[in-house]
Design a protein around this ligand. Structure first.
Ligand SMILES: [Mg+2]
Length: 452
């Protein structure tokens, strides 16, 4: 995993040391000698992670971190505070300033790389989501704000240890203690916002439980916070490498546990919001809201793809363009509600008569386009005829008047010619549809191949 890491320290030898170790692991390293320089570079060079010294003249690490997290442009970059002091107050002050993690000087290589890998993995996932969501490098305000809420499943070797951990959680979270691995998994899968697991428990294999939670699709994105033995660096590294989101060492400090829990819950809530928005925007981007069929933009992109694949493989591509006959008079006589009803009914009937692989969408008001990959003009004409006949068989009763409404549809069909562009192809199928309309409606007309 390669990434750009910004190392911030006021002492040159410290910078050189970290730079050498990170470069040896093939990370790209950028250095800054002060808090202010860090802010300048963070905005312009887009680092993937910042290793930030706490004690610096001028803007110290806490103030720098607060500014990084207050700026929408840099808020998403994970910050690891590097401190000479292993003081409880400093850790909590750092977490409250928005730091994602801590390392104590002298920096231990194993701890350094485990933390860096874990945070980079997290950032990769978030970047991917933000990119697809289209919100760019800007994290919304709510990510770092608001009260901490959520359901936390505490998994410990025995109920008493579990209760003790649960009491250290921030007020506002709902804790449930589990000491049996089997029921713990059931509780987690039934719905949780965070798992707090004691990896020092001798009664079960905690790492195995973490791996299980990571591998199941329903719990894959669930944040895991693990309690490890303060002396067992190996356990911490394995936990982070397994995908545990954060670790804290025994003895567990309640201020630190509360701060880390809050960070994980907020981050998870933000990631869930991104995932929801992404899902929604993907649906909106390709579908017509009235009929649920694909929209014109999506059809255009799929048509280009089909033409490309024809040029590569020579596989036939045909189009059908449907137009509902006298649609304007339906709207005029019975109102737009009736018009919408007819459009939806037509969409359903059409889908029912087409192959699953045909791409059908609403092309304009009452026009529908179907892209048939692997179909000749003859096969496409048969499909169009099936749809036309099915529509002609149907009747609709108008609720207000009790009148019976009959709808018919006309269609043009064309098969792609060698060397033809999308716009020429569409123009030919449109001309065929026009002919079907002008020569009596309720019929299918197949376009002639393009003149040589
Ligand atoms: Mg310093």
């Amino acid at each position: 995993m390669s990434a750009r890491i910004l190392v911030v320290d006021d002492i040159e030898t410290n910078r050189r040391l970290l730079e050498a170790r990170l470069s040896a692991e093939y990370f790209e390293v950028v250095c800054a000698a002060s808090g202010q320089e860090c802010l300048d570079i963070a905005g312009s060079k887009a680092p993937d992670l910042i290793l930030l010294d706490v004690m610096m003249p001028g803007l110290d690490g806490f103030a720098t971190c607060r500014q990084l997290k207050a700026d929408a442009k840099t808020r998403h970059i994970p910050v690891v505070m590097v401190t000479a002091l292993d003081q409880r107050q400093d850790r909590i002050k750092g977490l409250e300033a928005g730091a994602d993690d801590f390392l104590t000087k002298p920096v231990d290589d194993i701890a350094l790389f485990a933390r860096v890998r874990s945070l980079l993995r997290l950032k990769q996932v978030m970047d991917e989501l933000r990119l697809r969501d289209g919100s760019g490098p800007v994290l919304p305000e709510e990510a770092g704000e608001g009260p901490v809420r959520g359901r936390v499943v505490v998994i410990a070797g025995d109920a008493r240890t579990g209760e003790r951990l649960a009491r250290k959680l921030p007020a506002g979270v709902e804790a449930r203690v589990e000491s049996d691995p089997k029921t713990a998994i059931e509780t987690v899968e039934a719905g949780a916002d965070l798992v707090l697991i004691d990896l020092t428990a001798s009664q079960f294999d905690g790492l195995r439980l973490c791996a299980r939670i990571r591998s199941e699709s329903v719990t894959r994105n669930l944040p895991i916070l693990a309690v490890v033995d303060g002396d067992a660096g190996e356990q911490m590294v394995r936990a982070l490498d397994l995908g545990v989101n954060d670790v804290l060492a025994r003895p567990v400090d309640s201020g630190e546990l509360a701060a880390r829990t809050a960070t994980q819950l907020r981050r998870a809530r933000y990631a869930a919001q991104l995932r929801d928005r992404l899902h929604e925007s993907l649906e909106l981007a390709v579908t017509d809201p009235l009929t649920g069929l694909y929209n014109r933009r999506y059809l255009a992109s799929r048509l280009e793809q089909a033409i490309d694949s024809f040029h590569r493989s020579g596989e036939a591509v045909s189009l059908i363009l449907f137009d509902i006959d006298r649609f304007k008079s339906i709207n005029d006589s019975y109102g737009h509600g009736a018009g919408d009803f007819v459009l939806k009914a037509f969409a359903r009937t059409m889908k029912g008569e087409l192959r699953a692989i045909d791409i059908a969408g609403r092309y304009g008001g009452e026009e529908f386009l179907v892209i048939l990959a692997g179909a000749t003009a003859g096969a496409a004409c048969e499909a169009a005829e099936r749809v036309r006949a099915a529509v002609a068989r149907q009747t609709y009763s108008v609720k207000a008047t009790g009148e019976v409404l009959k709808v018919t549809v006309s269609a043009g069909v064309a098969q792609l010619d060698a060397g033809e562009t999308a716009s020429r192809f569409l123009a030919r199928v449109d001309a065929a549809l026009y002919e079907a309309k002008t020569s009596g409606r309720n019929q299918v007309v197949c376009a002639r191949p393009k003149a040589a």
